[in-house]
Design a binder for this molecule. Structure first.
Ligand code: IMP
Ligand code: MG
Length: 177
């Protein structure tokens, strides 16, 4: 069923069940890759709060977690300027860090995040994202865990907003053209 968020109409795109299944697979993949080491999951606020919650619940090992806050979007357009609104509050020196994103679009946010982490000399930084828009992604930072590769259209729900609205919708909707 179509939904309305502010002035735009959206159609169902990825269901709660599909999201949980993929996050379960990725949680297991990460557990294997960590080889007994304890990762630090870093969620990127605001958009990743649901992904972090559902991913760590399915992670069957020890982990630490924290959040950073970045912002690059105004309405439905990515801006080149990425602002850091809340910095890292945890020591990641020599640790395996996994950054969790809701969606990687141009990759501008990732570049800023990588810089932030490199200052602290972690053992490794991996990237996990729920969605990736391959047509929009212009950077060469490797994305280690991608749940869904999607076309270059605006989506909302499951933590992602359209002009601050729609983050609470439990599944993902795509803009109707
Ligand atoms: P990037 O810096 O262009 O890669 O944008 C990354 C951030 O922009 C994501 O973490 C989201 O918060 C936001 N974003 C990108 N695409 C969408 C979208 O289709 N819907 C909602 N938010 C988006
Ligand atoms: Mg985000």
């Amino acid at each position: 069923m179509e939904i309305q968020v502010l002035d735009k109409t959206f159609v169902p795109f990825i269901s709660e069940k599909q999201i949980q299944e993929r996050l379960g697979e990725i949680a297991n993949e990460i557990l294997r890759d960590m080889n007994g080491e304890i990762p630090i999951f870093i969620g990127v606020l605001n958009g990743s709060f649901m992904v972090v919650s559902d991913l760590v619940k399915q992670y069957k090992g020890s982990c630490e977690m924290s959040f950073v806050k970045m912002a690059s979007y105004i309405g439905t357009q990515s801006s080149n300027q990425v602002n850091q609104l809340l910095g890292l509050d945890i020591d990641v020196t020599d640790r395996r860090v996994i950054i969790i994103e809701d969606i990687v679009d141009t990759g501008n946010t990732l570049v800023a995040l990588k810089k932030l982490f490199e200052q602290q000399r972690p053992k490794e930084v991996r990237i996990c994202t729920l969605c990736l828009k391959p047509e929009a992604y212009t950077k060469d930072i490797k994305l280690d865990y991608v749940a869904f590769e999607i076309e270059n259209k605006f989506i909302v729900g499951y933590g992602m907003d359209y002009d601050k609205h729609g983050r609470n919708i439990p599944e993902i909707y795509q803009i109707k053209e």
